[in-house]
Design a protein around this ligand. Structure first.
Ligand code: BJW
Ligand code: ZN
Length: 247
């Protein structure tokens, strides 16, 4: 493992346009449940049906249930703090951070380090905001500790979390920016994602296909090999600080 960390650190130090691409595993050590980590007994999709809770059909069938489920997750997030993996990404100054996560822990870590957190691109939206389900354009910031129950927008339709459900398009400008950054990247650090959900996971394919170095940090080995891929197996909160020390 030590030689792999050294190799990955060498690649990071040499990169001119590095980006990170993260998923739920990045926030797992902050107490935020993953979706489909087989080692995580609290993994969300092991205990809840994604079609009922993270789809337009599910919301229409039982909007109050969906809002209450998101509000529970918001309460957990309100008490969570960034872990060493977030702090390590924050220390990589000048990077673009593409994330599938709907929490704000990476921004918090970046702000705590004194840097500008607008470099974080949220492909699947955020728990910190609601918008009108009819798409009238109305949005509201949400207090994580006191998120409102099911309520209506001023246009009459329901308000909902500003996250991307299955079957919905990713925010267009964010996706465009992530694509642009990935196409220009010479290194992608992939942290804590099962890379099963598209189009987000397609960014890893783009980076790999164009010959960028790809460093994967995950508790489970993916088995993917290639000349440009370095896989670091273990908890991100332990591996990432080791990487940083070597860069
Ligand atoms: C650690 C660790 C530690 C643990 N350290 N590592 C068939 C084939 C291909 C595609 C499709 C298909 N059928 C349907 C689709 C499309 C669908 C899709 O990809 N489905 C797949 C599941 C098959 N995609 C969509 O529907 C997307 N939209 C779309 O395609 O739109 C088309 C369209 C175009 C134009 C107009 C209209 C429509 C939208 C996808 C939205 C995903 N939404 C969610 C929920 C967000 C809201 C919420 O939070 O509730 O996003 S689902 C969930 O998965 C969430 C995540 O961001 C996303 C990715 O999960 P992630 O982050 O990878 O987490 P896990 O749990 O899967 O993995 C964690 C990893 O961490 C594991 O590998 C662990 O080992 C590791 N780990 N602890 C390091 N400490
Ligand atoms: Zn509205």
């Amino acid at each position: 493992m030590d030689h792999l960390i050294a190799l990955a650190a060498e690649k990071i130090a040499a990169a001119a346009h590095p980006v990170s691409f993260s998923g739920a595993g990045l926030s797992a050590e902050s107490g935020i449940a993953t979706f489909r980590d087989s080692a995580d007994k609290d993994a969300l999709w092991a205990n809840f049906d994604p079609q009922k809770l993270a789809s337009q059909e599910g919301f229409i069938a039982n909007p109050a249930l969906v809002i209450e489920w998101y509000n529970q997750r918001r309460k957990t997030l309100a008490d969570a703090v960034p872990n060493m993996a977030h702090h390590t990404l924050a220390a990589f100054r000048g990077w673009t951070h593409i994330t599938q996560n709907v929490d704000n822990l990476l921004e918090t870590a970046i702000q705590e380090s004194g840097a500008d957190s607008s470099t974080v691109l949220h492909l699947h939206g955020t728990l910190l905001e609601d918008h009108c389900n009819a798409g009238c354009g109305y949005t509201e910031k949400v207090d994580l500790k006191a998120a409102p129950s099911l309520r209506r927008c001023r246009c009459g339709d329901y308000m909902r979390p500003s996250v991307v459900w299955f079957g919905e398009a990713l925010p267009e400008l964010v996706m465009q920016s992530a694509l642009h950054q990935t196409e220009n990247a010479d290194l992608m650090l992939v942290v804590g994602t099962s890379a099963q959900v598209y189009p987000a996971a397609g960014l890893i394919d783009i980076a790999t296909d164009k010959g960028a170095d790809v460093i994967v940090v995950n508790t489970e080995a993916s088995g993917v090999t290639g000349a440009n891929i370095v896989e670091l197996v273990g908890p991100a909160g332990e591996i990432m600080p080791q990487l940083l020390r070597r860069v």
